[in-house]
Design a protein around this ligand. Structure first.
Ligand code: UDP
Ligand code: MN
Length: 273
């Protein structure tokens, strides 16, 4: 019989090798923060064997998710909706029913302090989105794996679609009571600090920066896209990235210390200057 801690997991997702780099740094950051819970990563066929091997050194579970599972009639319907494919992939986390409770973290998040207390929260707990705080940001959320919930979300996706074309719009409609019903399901912002938010409220960032537990590098340019100089050991943020330089540097420090030694040299040379 697995212990309670073995039945709780942090879960992330990668559909390709570059997002896998994000998962590796995230996994290391969770280990550095001293988590006692399991680490699981969902991967699609787009992730190479070399990255899968590397992921299995950090994660307790590397879980294959097949986008095109023709055994499942709902999946067959989804074949006609390519727009929902990546969305659909994230929802696979509800099928990890070997866990009683789990915390989903985007591959572009970084854990700065232990966040195991999140397992005291109930489904669906998440932090407000900085762009529209009556919506939660779906980069960090507490959930309860359940095949039934998975099917209900999938059916909802087919019936309603997503107002923003992604998982966040869909999950906010599926868990629409989040905005008003139960404040205990609102995670403090420090559990999902979007790394550009400071520019709209810099004094608050200065005041509360040391409380930040999870940083989220949302947007088109991710930490692994920012030029990193291997001789100086410094990252130069792209002019329009908007990401906080200190958080980017932290991501790269973990990457250089924990990930790059065992990385395929070709992939490494693509990333650095
Ligand atoms: N993702 C992925 N491959 C993709 C796009 C997204 O694996 O091509 C996963 C990954 O875990 C990522 C999450 O889906 O963190 C959500 O996408 P992203 O973080 O890019 O969205 P944002 O947070 O910028 O809105
Ligand atoms: Mn993200």
């Amino acid at each position: 019989m697995a212990s309670q801690e073995e039945r709780e997991a942090f879960v992330t997702l990668a559909t390709n090798d570059t997002y896998s780099l994000g998962c590796l740094v995230l996994g290391s950051s969770l280990r550095r923060a001293g988590t006692t819970r399991q680490l699981a990563v969902m991967v699609t066929p787009g992730v190479s064997q070399s990255l899968r091997d590397q992921l299995s050194r950090v994660f307790n579970l590397v879980y294959d998710v097949d986008l095109l599972d023709s055994q499942d009639p709902t999946n067959l319907q989804l074949l006609g909706r390519p727009d929902l494919n990546v969305t659909f992939t994230k929802f696979h986390c509800w099928r990890l029913t070997q866990y009683d409770k789990a915390v989903f973290l985007d591959a572009d998040t970084l854990v700065l302090q232990n966040v195991d207390e999140l397992f005291n929260r109930e489904e669906l707990s998440a932090a407000p989105d900085a762009g529209w705080p009556d919506c939660f940001n779906s980069g960090v959320f507490v959930f309860k794996p359940s095949e039934q919930t998975y099917n209900a979300i999938l059916q909802f996706a087919l019936d309603q679609g997503s107002f923003d074309g992604g998982d966040q719009g869909l999950l906010n409609m599926f868990f629409r009571q989040w905005a008003t019903e139960d404040i205990s399901r609102h995670l403090p912002f420090i559990y999902n600090v979007v790394s550009q938010a400071f520019y709209s409220y810099l004094p608050a960032f200065k005041q509360f920066k040391n409380n930040v537990k999870i940083v989220h590098f949302i947007g088109a340019t991710k930490p692994w896209h920012q030029p990193f100089n291997t001789s100086s050991g410094e990252v130069t943020p792209l002019p329009d990235s908007g990401h906080n330089a200190e958080f980017l540097q932290l991501w790269w420090t973990i990457f250089m210390e924990d990930v790059q030694q065992t990385l395929d040299p070709n992939l490494m040379s693509m990333l650095t200057t």
